[in-house]
Write a new protein. Structure first.
Lengths: 140, 495, 168
């Protein structure tokens, strides 16, 4: 009736229910006295500053997009990996062509600079000046 | 167990050429990062090779595939050839397009995405398996969504892309659902297999009808048939003009090829000696296609009457033309098929030409509003004359190629005794005359009092324009080669 | 009602209820998270149908990828502090009629149709079989998918770079 995976899913379901029941029981038993401090965002004991809703860098999105595409690629490679041995060199080549095409995509992203993180320009401190300042301070 | 590779290679030779060129285009663009000329030449070269392969493969077709997903026949090759020609023209246009040239850095992507569209369309014209059809459709759609929003100068670009994406996602979801229903009914996704099941066993007619209507929604979106056309004016207006022209011709050609193949393989019983298709009666194609066609041409023509933007006007005009072509399919005879093929060849030349003139004007004036065309007939004489020829041809008047397209369409309709339908189509042609002539009025009768100042056009533009004007006139006067080629290509594999 | 049916109805309920929440919720974050449960429910149904590989793919790609992307999309928007969806509903009556007709047609079809049934055991694992099908008759599709993914990659990067140029 149930497949092996089905049994695992029953376990997952049970786990979910276990958590839900535990939460529900805790709600019944525990005292509920909310204060302002308790409701604040927990930031390791510090007072939270500003809104957590900051706008994210667009770079994250590009990386996530690339991730999804390679995610799908990996998913397609699983069945191939399980069965290509039965087909000899032909099966191997089919997979290699698939990988090469996507490798080209990777090379494309790399070359076009989509993987580079746009960092603010760092101005290296000029050692000479600091040295001069230091010597001046020492002299004084 | 290994599939017959030589057979696969011979079945998909044009597709393989395109796929290899796609990869080469990306590679070339990676190697010459700043210079976009090599990528363009690779793209053009690949198309020429594909065209040669197609023409070369024409004589030896008609193979019945053993459970492979594609079929190679002259019908598919004909549509592929039209797609190749259209793409070549689009590449020529691109070289002249201000919008694309301005986004210079991403031009390599442009060619790669156009190739993605070509590959999708090629598979659409030859696929005989519903899964491959769906994936090819997605490949085509995905590339065209990005291309519709390619230029970054205007917000209407993004609007076009998003609208196209949303409509496209919904209609392809409908189509996928229809495919799944057909699979549930027949237990196979292969069109020949579906045909066999439909002709040997009794299936629930209503379920099949529902599934087919869902699939028609997917195809109707691609050919912008009413009531699936709502995206057309907005997307055509917002996209770069090269892409608008491309969507209006190539994408439609692929959609029609898919429709014809879907009808002619899945539902056909046999072809009579006089070329009439006898369907297996599982679905009343003729009625639904005629209703769709009449709706499409009428809505398209009536909406075009009010348009002030030339791109929108041409969008509605392309909707109307999809209606005419649908009538050619609805006849369900070989003669109707010939008329569709002729109409497409003609439509390709005149529609591309009209869009090219609009692009030339928009390059100079920065807008496609109809008032920008005031006096164009005097300031850009050659472009004005060319647009006049294309518009006359779009109306379907002699001595242009458009007349031949319409003539064969009406002949096919009369041959099947569809007088009433032919009459409505004729009325529609008369309506369309009004809005085409309105552009002419703007070009020649407005602002004539001022001393016209000539706007210089590049020699390149003149040459490209001539490449389209000459065949439109030539085939309007001497159309035998076109007809012969189309008749030669009426061959599709049925089991 | 055996165990199998009960589990199916649980998954179906999870899918439908969270689907409804996704559509109706005015808070886009809630909508995204209830979509997570829809995906899980669908994955559960795939398991019940014996399609183990598809169900894992559903979780890996949809839950692990697409949903994250969706949340990223929310976080990337300009006015992220007001996550309420601003658009109201228009043309409610025609939409209700249309959807009701469509749903009615669909339900009657699903109930009345005699679907094709292929007898067979539920396979222990479908991934290997899928692989040999992909290598044999579906080999064109397998390679076409690589091109499709390449095009998706190029298109996505192109759009992202376009917006980047705009914001700079």
């Amino acid at each position: 009736m149930l497949t092996e995976f089905g049994k695992i899913f029953v376990f997952i379901l049970l786990a979910v229910f276990f958590v839900l029941i535990a939460f529900f029981l805790a709600k019944l038993i525990r005292p509920s006295r909310p204060t302002r401090e308790k409701l604040e965002t927990y930031e390791c004991g510090e007072n939270p500053e500003g809104s957590p809703w900051v706008r994210f860098n667009l770079r994250f999105y590009v990386v996530a997009l690339i991730f999804i595409i390679f995610d799908v690629e990996v998913v397609l490679l699983f069945p191939w990996a399980l069965s290509y041995q039965d087909y000899g060199i032909y099966g191997f080549l089919v997979g290699i062509i698939f990988l090469l095409v996507l490798g080209l995509g990777m090379a494309y992203e790399w070359r076009k600079g989509d993987l580079e993180w746009a960092r603010p320009k760092q101005i290296p401190p000029k050692l000479k000046k600091i040295k001069e300042e230091l010597t001046e301070a020492v002299m004084e | 167990m290994i599939p017959n590779l030589s057979e696969i290679f011979s079945l998909t030779a044009p597709e393989i050429v395109i796929a290899v060129t796609l990869i080469l285009v990306v590679l070339v663009d990676l190697i010459w990062d700043k210079n976009k000329v090599p990528a363009m030449f690779t793209a053009a070269l690949g198309l020429i090779v594909a065209g040669v392969v197609i023409l070369n493969g024409m004589p030896e077709t008609g193979m019945i595939p053993n459970n492979y997903m594609v079929v190679s026949d002259k019908l598919g090759l004909y549509f592929k050839f039209i797609i190749v020609l259209t793409t070549l023209f689009i590449l020529l246009f691109t070289y002249d397009s201000k919008e694309i040239i301005e986004s210079h850095l991403r031009q390599g992507e442009y060619y790669a995405l156009v190739y993605g569209m070509v590959l999708g369309m090629f598979f659409l014209t030859s696929a005989v398996d519903l899964i491959l059809i769906y994936i090819a459709l997605e490949l085509l759609s995905l590339s065209s969504y990005v291309l519709a929003g390619f230029s970054d100068k205007e917000t209407r670009n993004s609007e076009a892309a998003v609208k196209y994406l949303i409509y496209g996602a919904i209609s392809s979801a409908f189509m996928l659902f229809g495919i799944s229903l057909i699979y549930g009914l027949t237990g196979t996704t292969n069109l020949y297999g579906v045909n066999e099941v439909l002709s040997t066993t009794v299936v629930n007619i209503y379920t099949l009808g529902f599934a087919v209507i869902l699939i028609i929604a997917g195809i109707g979106y691609k050919i912008s048939a009413v009531p699936f056309h709502f995206w057309t004016p907005d997307v055509y207006e917002g996209s770069p003009i090269t892409i608008t022209a491309y969507l209006s011709v190539a994408s439609k050609a692929a959609g029609f090829a898919l429709l014809i193949r879907f009808v002619s393989i899945t539902f056909i019983d046999h072809v009579k000696a006089d070329g009439e298709w006898i369907l297996n009666g599982a679905f009343d194609w003729q009625t639904i296609l005629i209703v769709l066609a009449l709706l499409t041409m009428t809505v398209g023509n009536l909406s075009a009457l009010w348009q002030k933007n030339i791109k929108r006007l041409l969008a509605y005009s392309s909707v109307a033309h999809a209606g005419y072509i649908l009538l050619g399919v609805a006849v369900l005879t070989n003669l109707g098929l010939v008329s569709v093929m002729i109409y497409f060849a003609v439509y390709m030349m005149m529609n591309l030409g009209a869009f090219y003139v609009v692009m030339l004007v928009a390059n100079k004036t920065g807008s496609e509003h109809i008032s920008q065309f005031d006096g164009i007939g005097y300031t850009m004489p050659y472009a004005g004359v060319a647009l006049t020829i294309f518009l006359v041809s779009l109306t379907g008047l002699p001595p242009t190629a458009g007349f031949i397209g319409k003539l064969y369409l009406f002949l096919a309709l009369l041959d099947s005794n569809m007088l009433m339908v032919a009459f409505i189509a004729l009325l529609n042609t008369v309506i369309s005359l009004y809005y085409y002539v309105r552009i002419l009025k703007h070009m020649y009768l407005k602002n004539v009092a001022e001393m016209p100042e000539k706007i210089e056009t590049r020699g390149y533009s003149t040459v490209v324009l001539s490449l389209l004007v000459v065949p439109v006139l030539f085939f309007g006067i001497y159309w035998t080669p076109l007809i012969d080629f189309a008749k030669y290509c009426v061959e599709f594999v049925i089991k | 009602m055996n165990l199998y049916d009960i589990i199916f109805y649980i998954f179906a309920a999870i899918t439908v209820v969270s689907g409804v929440i996704t559509v109706t919720s005015k808070n886009i974050i809630y909508a995204a998270f209830s979509l997570l449960f829809t995906f899980f429910g669908v994955a559960g149904m795939y398991v019940l149908l014996g399609a183990d590989f598809i169900s894992i793919v559903q979780i890996i790609v949809y839950v692990g990828g697409i949903l994250i992307l969706l949340l990223f999309g929310v976080m990337l928007t300009n006015k992220v502090t007001s996550t309420d969806i601003k658009s109201g509903s228009v043309n409610v009556l025609p939409a209700v009629i249309g959807v009701a007709l469509f749903a009615g047609a669909l339900i009657s079809i699903i109930i009345r149709t005699k679907w094709t049934e292929t007898p067979g055991e539920i396979p222990l694992s479908t991934a290997g079989t899928l692989g040999s099908v992909l290598l044999n008759e579906y080999v064109i599709i397998f390679e076409l998918l690589a091109v499709l993914l390449l095009i998706a990659l190029i298109g996505a990067a192109s759009i992202a770079r376009r917006t980047k140029e705009e914001t700079n």
